[in-house]
Design a protein around this ligand. Structure first.
Ligand SMILES: Cc1ncc(COP(=O)(O)O)c(C=O)c1O
Length: 393
């Protein structure tokens, strides 16, 4: 391996969310945190070098975007996902969550329905609420750890909504949606006149033989109703650099969004985020290739360890993302007991299933993007927290 993912890099006292907010979020500071979706790995050297060039220059005046910035995005999607992005389709934004909110504001009116699936990344619920839209939920169907879309329910719920916010690949259940599933989702949106907002931020974190399909690539008709949200931040661990973008191929849809975006005046660009994105996309593929091998190794390690030591906790299949979805229902603990045992007995900070909405009860989300030694410690803590009373383990 050319890159060292085993190195433990201390993050406490750096004002990072994952470690330095534990007291505020979990009531205890000294927990092992495998919750929020960032990585404990140092970024690719090409990213550090790009940022170092800016630091060395030392002048941080206003910045403008250039064709080379867009070209890095165009090339990335072409190479990685076989999708042709036209530079004019790219609209920059400080983050995917902010832009999801802006899309809700731009494309729906007060009390309009916003359709989401469940369980899902928690801002999908609160963004419609804080924007005073009506939340419409299409629950995923779970059977022994496998998640499927309930298309009949989606069809019925689509009639009550103006947009669908869709997680692809899916956080937290780890599905990489197949082209036939995406076709059906998109055709329902087309039939009912919904805009399909595809949050594809996890799309480069996919494990073979699975492959990500950009929903907008499926047909010109589908592309016309799709807004794809993306950033280099998840793949290359750049979340704090606050740089993301949406792809809106259809000029009319883009104009609808642009009018609102202009009014928000959030178009300013952060050169650190922009240059890090360009470096990651243009030069970061060797690092990403090794990252994916390491993450898959972590997933396999977790599965093997839990099967041997804590079989009552089941790890769902992981087709994409670095987020393991742990089914803890067989422990017999209620969701509050589960949460309490993990924190108080295990000393472990995971994401509590119920925050991902209906269907999250009895589950926990565990972030695999950490050194193997950290994961080994997390397994020991899980075992301490959840071993059944009276078990000899
Ligand atoms: C599905 C999904 N969308 C968006 C984000 C966050 O995006 P941003 O940091 O650009 O707001 C995350 C982070 O975990 C995510 O999982």
């Amino acid at each position: 391996m050319a890159f060292d993912f085993d190195q433990i890099i201390p993050r406490r006292h750096t004002d990072c969310l994952k470690y330095d907010e534990l007291e505020a979020r979990y009531g205890r500071a000294e927990l092992l945190p495998l919750w929020v979706a960032d990585m404990d790995f140092r970024v690719a050297p090409c990213v550090t070098a790009a940022l170092q060039r800016l630091v060395d220059h030392g002048v941080y005046g206003y910045h403008v975007r250039r064709p080379r910035h867009q070209q890095a995005i165009v090339d990335w999607w072409g190479r990685r996902h076989g999708y042709t992005v036209h530079p004019e389709a790219i609209v920059y934004t400080p983050g995917v969550v902010p832009v999801l909110s802006h899309l809700v504001q731009a494309l729906t009116g007060e009390d309009d329905g916003v359709l989401v699936q469940s369980p899902v990344y928690y801002p999908f619920f609160w963004l419609p609420r804080v924007n005073r839209r009506r939340l419409v939920i299409n629950p995923l169907i779970e059977h022994q750890g496998d998640y499927q879309i309930d298309f009949d329910d989606l069809e019925a719920k689509a009639a009550q909504a103006r947009i669908l916010i869709f997680s692809s690949p899916h956080n937290p259940v780890g599905r990489v949606w197949r082209p036939d599933e995406l076709e059906r989702v998109a055709s329902i949106c087309l039939r009912h006149g919904l805009v399909l907002v595809a949050d594809e931020i996890h799309n480069d974190l996919v494990f073979a033989p699975h492959r990500h399909t950009p929903v907008a690539r499926l047909s010109p008709e589908i592309e016309r109703i799709t807004v794809t949200a993306h950033a280099a931040s998840k793949t290359f661990n750049l979340a704090s650099l606050a740089t993301a973008y949406v792809l809106i191929a259809d000029a009319g849809l883009r104009a609808r969004f642009a009018a609102h975006h202009e009014a928000l005046a959030v178009d300013g660009l952060n050169p650190f985020g922009l240059e890090a994105t360009v470096a990651a996309f243009n030069e970061g593929e060797p690092w990403l290739a090794e990252l994916l091998v390491y993450l898959r190794g972590n997933y396999q390690y977790l599965c093997a360890q839990l099967q041997a030591r804590l079989p009552q906790v089941r790890v769902g299949p992981l087709e994409g993302t670095y987020l393991a979805w742990l089914d803890c229902r067989a422990t017999g603990l209620t969701p509050p007991q589960l949460r309490q045992r993990l924190v108080e007995v295990g000393g472990l900070a995971l994401n509590d299933g119920p925050i991902f909405g209906p269907g999250g009860e009895g589950f926990q989300r565990l972030n695999l993007a950490c050194p193997r030694a950290t994961l080994a410690e997390a397994v020991a803590r899980l075992e301490r927290a959840l071993a059944l009373p009276g078990s000899d383990r």
